[in-house]
Design a protein around this ligand. Structure first.
Ligand SMILES: [Zn+2]
Length: 425
């Protein structure tokens, strides 16, 4: 494999994937703008024109920002690779730290952290704009500067506390476990992901939000009855103070084993009546009962093993580094470079998996809806979903191809009829 071929494949794939993303976003913008004037007939009885147009305007504004970010992230990727950004950072750190410090771990850890921090700094203006301008314009933002800054600092501390030991262990395995190191690093990475599913809900999420058990009496009885019917420990239900940061409403199922829980945003609770909350919870319990989390995990395990096998091969090819604009260190120590280059270039190719993953996810959503229709009121689930769409200004008229390619949840125009067809009369 020559380095010119690596450069060529990478450049062609980056161009193709960026054009594909831009094309999809343009389609979405055009489709939503074309349907802005009128609420789709199927929703006319439930959705006001004002709400429909707010959703259209919000989708358009997000789409334009997305296109800007798609172009910028392609440019940043070229800057890191072909234009020599990573080469410069790598040579500077290698010269400044040397290969001996911290038993040879200081340089690669510094490289990975520095890359990460620079990436966060590049993203920061977009995050600020999105939170304080775009979300604020549509009345969603409730984050103040203090919360925003505290979140950033907590994120940074977490990156250091969790990142340094993880990187250290990964590098040690890459260096010390022989030619099959990619299997061992995969096992470590997957074990880390699994333990995060235990640690995240119990330790990390509470650093950012308050989680309290449901206290509302009537609703509590209703929910406990549902949980008893479904055979789920009711102590696993929490209300999260999401309204501190944003007005968007949601509910989700998370965690594994003893850490598994259903989380309801307080913003959702404000807007739904008790039968609707029950139906939304039944949907989340459906994900649990139908074992969607282990199924997703098994798929991720398989895909990531394939990814690590590929990394194991690429890391040995000088052309992989040279073709992406980096001179490998002659004395070895290229593990961090291999991880960075692999992590940067993988999304350019894995975009082809997006439609498959999205379709799998939508299938699970339909299944969880069917479960909710069996164990609670389908009509309440349908009206809860409409309220969720309205409160989040989600468009009811997405471009069909965009929905098929990227949507993790089925569009309302498909989802609601499926629910109502199964709802008990
Ligand atoms: Zn769901």
């Amino acid at each position: 494999m020559s380095s010119q071929i690596v450069t060529l494949i990478f450049a062609a794939a980056l161009l193709a994937s960026t054009l594909l993303k831009l094309w999809l976003t343009t389609r979405q913008i055009r489709h939503v703008a074309q349907h802005r004037a009128q609420v789709p007939p199927a929703f006319a009885a439930h959705v006001s024109l004002a709400a429909h147009q707010k959703a259209a305007d919000y989708t358009l504004a997000k789409g334009r920002l997305q296109m800007l970010m798609q172009v910028l992230s392609a440019a940043v990727l070229v800057g890191w690779t072909l234009m020599g950004g990573l080469e410069w950072l790598n040579q500077s750190l290698y010269a400044a730290i040397g290969r001996e410090a911290w038993g040879g771990y200081a340089y690669p850890i510094a490289l990975l952290l520095a890359f990460n921090l620079i990436g966060s700094l590049i993203d920061l203006p977009f995050e600020l704009y999105s939170t304080f301008v775009l979300e604020a314009r549509f009345g969603f933002n409730r984050t103040d500067w203090k919360t925003f800054l505290t979140d950033q600092i907590k994120g940074l501390v977490l990156l250091l506390v969790l990142g340094i030991p993880l990187i250290w262990a990964l590098l040690a395995l890459m260096r010390g476990s022989g030619p099959q190191w990619w299997i061992w690093t995969w096992a470590l990475w997957f074990g880390f992901s699994l333990s995060m599913m235990l640690i995240y809900p119990l330790v990390i999420a509470p650093l950012f939000n308050k989680f309290t058990p449901l206290t509302d009496g009537a609703l509590k009885d209703r929910v406990e009855a549902l949980f008893a019917r479904a055979g789920f420990a009711a102590k696993g239900l929490f209300v999260m103070d999401a309204g501190r940061r944003s007005a968007h409403g949601n509910a989700y199922f998370t965690g594994l084993g003893a850490a598994k829980r259903v989380v309801l945003f307080d913003t959702l609770l404000e807007r739904l009546d008790p039968p609707e909350v029950e139906a939304v919870l039944a949907h989340e319990l459906g994900h649990f009962k139908l074992r969607h989390v282990p199924k997703r995990l098994a798929l991720m395990a398989f895909l990531s093993l394939a990814g690590f096998a590929l990394l194991g091969w690429l890391a040995q090819q000088p052309a992989f580094y040279l073709g992406l604009g980096v001179r490998p260190n002659l004395l070895g120590d290229n593990e961090a470079l291999a991880l960075l280059l692999f992590g940067m270039t993988l999304p350019v190719f894995s975009i082809l998996l997006t439609p498959l993953m999205a379709q799998g996810s939508r299938k699970h959503e339909f299944e969880a809806d069917a479960y909710a229709c069996q164990h609670s009121e389908g009509r309440a689930l349908a009206s809860a979903l409409l309220k969720l769409h309205e409160d989040n200004a989600s468009t009811l008229t997405p471009d069909p191809l965009v929905a098929r390619w990227t949507y993790s949840h089925p569009p309302a125009a498909e989802r609601l009829p499926a629910i109502l067809a199964q709802a008990r009369p």
